[in-house]
Write a protein that binds this ligand. Sequence first.
Ligand SMILES: O=P(O)(O)OC[C@H]1O[C@H](OP(=O)(O)OP(=O)(O)O)[C@H](O)[C@@H]1O
Ligand SMILES: O=c1cc[nH]c(=O)[nH]1
Length: 248
Amino acid sequence: MTLRRPGEFVTPPGRLTHRSLLLSGVSGPAGDQTSFNDPSSEAGKGVHFVAPRTRAGAADQGEQRQLLAAADVARTIARIAHQIIERTTPDAEDADRVLLLGIPSRGAPLARRLAAKIAEFSGVTIPTGTLDVTLYRDDLRRRPTRALESTSLPVDGIDDALVVLVDDVLFSGRTVRAALDALRDHGRPRAVQLAVLIDRGHRELPIRADYVGKNVPTARDEGVSVQLRETDGTDAVLLRRRGTETSR
Ligand SMILES: O=P(O)(O)OC[C@H]1O[C@H](OP(=O)(O)OP(=O)(O)O)[C@H](O)[C@@H]1O
Ligand SMILES: O=c1cc[nH]c(=O)[nH]1
């Protein structure tokens, strides 16, 4: 673990090999429409379940199909940013301390982009960070050689904050489940919300997102690939044939 700025803890990628190291090292002081899964919100209705696609869907026409182009990705991120502002009112006097924590790898740049848009639209700068969930995954025995990513929490920690977890794709829900376990080792947020660019359905756990950029009905053997400038050199979302029936 290294200390970047006072109070900011960073677990370097690839350095930790055991969950106990993480625990001792970072327990610090501390559809087609964007949907908003507020149970009280009209906009959220109908987005909690995504019907499975049949195999005769668009991905059958080739090995991959573009679901979102760069401009669509930008618009979708801007829409989610507006929804986070609407729901968390970060500019209100009595607002919760809101934090955006990206789940590596692509959740991290997404969180930063959301924060930039929120600052642009509301004038409020929301602290961002990253949360590595690798050692909290429930498939470590099946895939023991995953590289560790970095955890970098805002200087004031996560206690009593409204933490918005950010990820690119929501599928089985197991990554988010791991993220909730990881969070618990860093503090006790007042509440945790989830923002994802793509919800492709096929949940295996009772988890849903509060902010969804795009619901994409998929077959289980398809794959959604989010590409971002920061990690892939370009912005796009692709639907790919995957050839496996199992989740990761
Ligand atoms: O809901 P789930 O079934 O857990 O799937 C969603 C996760 O899968 C991908 O991550 P992956 O583990 O492939 O790593 P990556 O972010 O480095 O691509 C994606 O970025 C999500 O984090
Ligand atoms: O299709 C999928 C499933 C999980 N994670 C992804 O990034 N894509």
